[in-house]
Design a protein around this ligand. Sequence first.
Ligand SMILES: [Cu+2]
Length: 385
Amino acid sequence: MIDDLTGEQPSVSGLPQTRRTFLARSSVLSLAIPGVGAALAACSPSESSKRDTTGARAAAGVDSESQQTGARPLNADSRLDTGVMKPEHHTGTSATGTATAGAANVAYRRWAPELPALPAGRTQRIHFHAHEAPIRIDDGTVVAAWTFEGDVPGPIVHTRVGDTVEFTLTNDAEIPHSMDFHAAQINPKEAFKSVVKGQSHTFTFTPKYAGAFLYHCGTAPVLMHIGAGMFGAIIVSPRDALRPAKDFVLVQNEFYLAGAANGTRASDYQKMLNMVPDIVAFNARPNQYVKDPIRVKVGDRVRFWVVSAGPSHPCNFHVVGEQFDTVYLGSLPDNAIRGVQTFTVPPGGGIVYELVCDVPGEFPFVNHGFGHGQKGAIGMLVVEP
Ligand SMILES: [Cu+2]
């Protein structure tokens, strides 16, 4: 299914001021691409009075040079794509033209948490597009998001220990993006390097361990790219099937929001640095599974694959009225602990939880760090007779 996923090609014209400003600032701090052109390197913070026009030239420079050379170089210097770079003066938001266009007409859609079946065969080819899009996360909030495949989180990837994942990222966005799979052991300088607009990059890996793993854009500043929506879950099943269960994937993330164009709210880098989120959610819609619960039957075993995308906070996962029969810390079915009430997923981590639904009822699942539960990291597991 994922093989066939394609993204929309966003318009590159009519960059709004916020977009130009972002490009101007980011170009001198972390997003400059060797070989892309002097225009990107030329602007400096001391030229702040010229930021908008310099940014416009920088944005234009990406396209014009690419057209002139006929080749858009990949970023071969992945020092730019890691936490080594500290763009301390970055003040951007995610409010690009493509991320805010048409926001009023974007419909709310519940994010399906069911784990998709494993694909047939031992090699899975996945092609994601990075692009920007407005995403309605509740009735009153549309976020200007940076996405994989036009949604937040990106699609669930389901693979198996020892299988081969051949992954391709195509970047449709102005800003460079990349992919970092936590299920891969691979040279990040090569595999996780940034891809500029219009280019694609492919790498292959074989997961060694079963578990719930994060994937995310690793382009600097990583905080900004995860915070703006570029994350998802890759679920690695063991070679031998686990015991039967109803499998659900929950990716917790935080939103740090400012006002933006067209009624959208932009992810705000300075707020991310301060680490006080406006919203915390499972699968990027606050309280979505309270409004439309996850439903199972009495006697079912439920397995939650929980990932914390952060960018900065853990998920203290707990189900009210239940106890976890088993919690797997990693490399399922090894590393199991029994009889657990609450267990914490660190940002950038994943934990697998199982419980048996002995009695009917409504069981809230929550981030028991209740400041974050109150901000939306709560849902409902309905056990039907
Ligand atoms: Cu990115």
